[in-house]
Write a protein that binds this ligand. Structure first.
Ligand code: BG6
Ligand code: MG
Length: 216
């Protein structure tokens, strides 16, 4: 039976909570550079690519460095991050995610990943969810990171579905912006005052229902 529509999930913050792992990994770098980097600063990096995150951190600290040193620091941050996410297991899947995936399957609705992360497949393998998604598009496949819609448009194209038949599930304002720019319906996961541009906002994946998907 051909797929009727699709749900494209962001990974970090929707399927697994990687925010603390990103924070401690960036902290290794900011401590070395004597930059005061807070959890609030880290929140602003949600959905933002690795390189852009580094640039924003340097901006916060008012620090400018040669390109080669920046590249070394980014590698160091990622090595630390990978050492943490490699230890993830099924236990790290956020509450509500497995029920949502089962609901989609029962109703012949495709499930995809649209993530800015270059570590997406590593995380999906660690938590045992790779096979649950019909399509996976991540930071390795795109030129422009969120808030550009490229990652979601690529996922829709690979699914062979029109953008208006896709619903994006996002926890970052950059991701919500990307979904809306791509002409997609969007469910925000988190707080209304941060994700106000989404069509609907729910506190967590536990509140996910099929009624929240696009009616197109
Ligand atoms: C996004 C995260 O999903 O991926 C960002 O929300 C992160 O915080 C970005 O910077 C890139 O991730 P990675 O794994 O490629 O460093
Ligand atoms: Mg996210």
């Amino acid at each position: 039976m051909p797929l009727k529509k699709a749900c494209i999930f962001d990974l970090d913050g929707v399927i697994v909570d990687t925010v603390p792992a990103h924070f401690v990994s960036w902290k290794t770098i900011t401590d070395e550079l004597n930059i005061d980097f807070t959890e609030e600063d880290n929140e602003q990096l949600k959905g933002v690519s690795r390189v852009e995150s580094m640039n924003r951190i340097l901006e916060i600290g008012g620090v400018s460095l040669p390109e080669d040193q920046i590249a070394e620091l980014i590698t160091k941050k990622n090595d630390r991050y990978v050492s943490i996410i490699s230890k993830m297991t099924r236990e790290d899947i956020l509450p509500g995610v497995m029920d949502a995936l089962a609901l989609l399957k029962e109703n012949n609705i495709a499930a995809a990943i649209g993530s800015s992360s270059k570590n997406a497949t590593r995380i999906l393998e660690a938590i045992g969810l790779t096979k649950e998604f019909d399509v996976i598009v991540d930071g390795n496949h795109i030129k422009n990171s969120k808030p550009d819609p490229e990652v979601f448009l690529q996922a829709a194209e690979k699914l062979g579905l029109d953008a208006k038949l896709c619903t994006v599930v996002e926890d970052a304002s950059a991701g919500v912006e990307a979904a809306k720019k791509g002409g997609m319906h969007c469910i925000g996961i988190g707080e209304k005052d941060i994700l106000g541009e989404a069509d609907v906002v729910i506190p967590s994946m536990k509140e996910f229902t099929l009624l929240l998907l696009t009616h197109s």
